[in-house]
Unconditional design. Structure first.
Length: 240
C-alpha cells in the first residue's frame, strides 16, 4: 500500500530558512551604511547623494532606499552603530574599574575614540541636528533608540561603581551624565586642535569635578539644594 507524498510545508515566520535572508539583508544594510560614511568623509555630506551611495555600494537605488529612507536615516543608522561600538568599548573599561571617576573618564575617552574617524564632517551633522525639528537631533523621537542606549552606558558607569549615592541622585545621574556628554561632543565637533586634544583635556579636567560633586552630594547640609536641583530637572521635563 502506497501513500501520497506529503506536500512540503510552507516556511513559517522565524523558520531557519529566514535566517540566511535576514543575515544577507543585514550585510547589505551595513554595506550601504559603511559606503555612505566613506563617501561623507571623502566628498562631504551635502555633496553625497543616495544615488552615489547606491552606485558605490553596488546596489540598486531602490534597494538603498529600502534600507534607508533618506540620508538622515543613514545618519540614524550611524548613531545606532556607534552606540553599539561604544558599548563594547565601555564594557571592557567597566570590567576593570570600580571607582566612579576612572569608569566615567574611560567611557568618555572611548566615546571620542569611536567618533574620531568622523570628525571631519561632524560639524555638518551638527548643523542639521541643531534644528529642533530635525530627526537627527539627539532629543528627537527618531533618535530615541540611540539616546536610550547612550544613557544605558552611563547607567552602567554609575550602578557598577563603588560610589555611595543619594537614591534620588542615583536615579537621575545617568541622564545628567549623558547631557554632559552631549556638551563634550559639541566641544569636540568644533575642536580643531591636533587629535582634538583639547577635548581630551576637557574630559580629564571635568571628571574629577563631577566625582567631587557627587561625593559632596551625600553631605546632609547639601541635601536641600540637591532636592531643589532634582525638582527643577523634573519640572523642565514636564510637557504641559
Amino acid at each position: 500500500m502506497t501513500t501520497a507524498a506529503a506536500e512540503p510545508a510552507e516556511p513559517q515566520p522565524g523558520a531557519p530558512a529566514e535566517k540566511p535572508r535576514r543575515a544577507r539583508g543585514e550585510q547589505t544594510r551595513q554595506l550601504i551604511l559603511e559606503t555612505a560614511l566613506r563617501l561623507f568623509r571623502e566628498r562631504g555630506y551635502a555633496e553625497t547623494t543616495m544615488r552615489a551611495i547606491a552606485k558605490e555600494a553596488g546596489v540598486a537605488v531602490g534597494n538603498a532606499y529600502y534600507y534607508f529612507d533618506s540620508k538622515e536615516h543613514l545618519i540614524q543608522g550611524f548613531y545606532d552603530r556607534n552606540q553599539t561600538i561604544h558599548r563594547a568599548a565601555a564594557e571592557q573599561i567597566l570590567a576593570g574599574e570600580k571607582d566612579l571617576a576612572p569608569r566615567l573618564r574611560g567611557v568618555l575617552h572611548a566615546g571620542i575614540d569611536v567618533n574620531a574617524p568622523y570628525h571631519s564632517f561632524a560639524a555638518t551633522f551638527f548643523k542639521t541636528a541643531a534644528e529642533p525639528s530635525s530627526p537627527l537631533s539627539p532629543f528627537s523621537r527618531e533618535s530615541s533608540p540611540a539616546r536610550e542606549a547612550a544613557i544605558a552606558i552611563f547607567r552602567d558607569v554609575v550602578d557598577g561603581s563603588t560610589a555611595k549615592l543619594d537614591p534620588e541622585l542615583r536615579k537621575e545621574l545617568p541622564e545628567l551624565l549623558w547631557l554632559g556628554w552631549m556638551g563634550v561632543i559639541l566641544f569636540w565637533v568644533y575642536d580643531k586642535s591636533p587629535g582634538q586634544r583639547r577635548t581630551r583635556r576637557l574630559i580629564d579636567g571635568a571628571v574629577p569635578l563631577i566625582d567631587r560633586l557627587v561625593s559632596l552630594s551625600r553631605l546632609r547640609v547639601l541635601r536641600p539644594a540637591l532636592r531643589q536641583v532634582l525638582a527643577l530637572i523634573e519640572t523642565v521635563r514636564k510637557d504641559d
